[in-house]
Design a protein around this ligand. Structure first.
Ligand SMILES: [Zn+2]
Ligand SMILES: [Zn+2]
Length: 163
């Protein structure tokens, strides 16, 4: 995976090549976009100031021993692009994920099979945390494991034109 910097110097991690070519034939596939996302305490973490691939993303604080920062992850299903607002991510390294507003740790749903310490973290789609209305994704940078647990009304069907 190559890294590049956005116009304003922020690091953008693009979709990896394999994923891009695989999704070629699925270009008209309908994907979900999250309209709402909340921390476990109910803070709204959608950030329209930093759209990722055209949609407001999810603002999350990441933290590992001796390092922390903030990134915005894409609200589009299967899209692992991120904008790093501060700090640095390291490929293959796990970060604990926190609410950027109240600093509550996002809960772990299960472990990810990509490496021994990896967690699948849950982000709720309604203010009161409900694992059935949530998305889950791995907290290791570069791991593409993630899923939409359930499609509620909050998810919007869109046809992606240009990913
Ligand atoms: Zn919060
Ligand atoms: Zn993983």
């Amino acid at each position: 995976m190559k890294e590049r910097f956005g116009e304003d110097g922020r690091l953008i991690i693009p979709l990896n090549k394999r994923k891009r070519s695989k999704s070629k034939k699925n270009e008209n596939k309908i994907r979900y976009v999250i309209n709402e996302a909340y921390c476990p305490k109910g803070c709204n973490i959608m950030d329209s100031d930093h759209p990722v691939n055209g949609y407001p993303g999810l603002k999350i604080r990441f933290r590992r021993p001796d390092h922390e920062g903030i990134f915005i992850i894409s609200a589009i299903e299967g899209d692992f692009d991120k904008i790093v607002l501060s700090g640095k991510l390291q490929m293959g390294v796990k970060d604990d994920l926190y609410c950027p507003y109240c600093d509550t740790l996002f809960e772990r749903l299960t472990s990810c099979n990509c490496q021994p310490d990896a967690d699948m973290v849950v982000v709720g789609l309604i203010p009161k945390l409900d694992f059935n209305n949530a998305i889950t994704f791995c907290n290791v940078t570069g791991c593409g494991n993630g899923a939409f647990v359930k499609s509620g009304d909050i998810l919007r069907h869109i046809r992606l034109q240009s990913l």
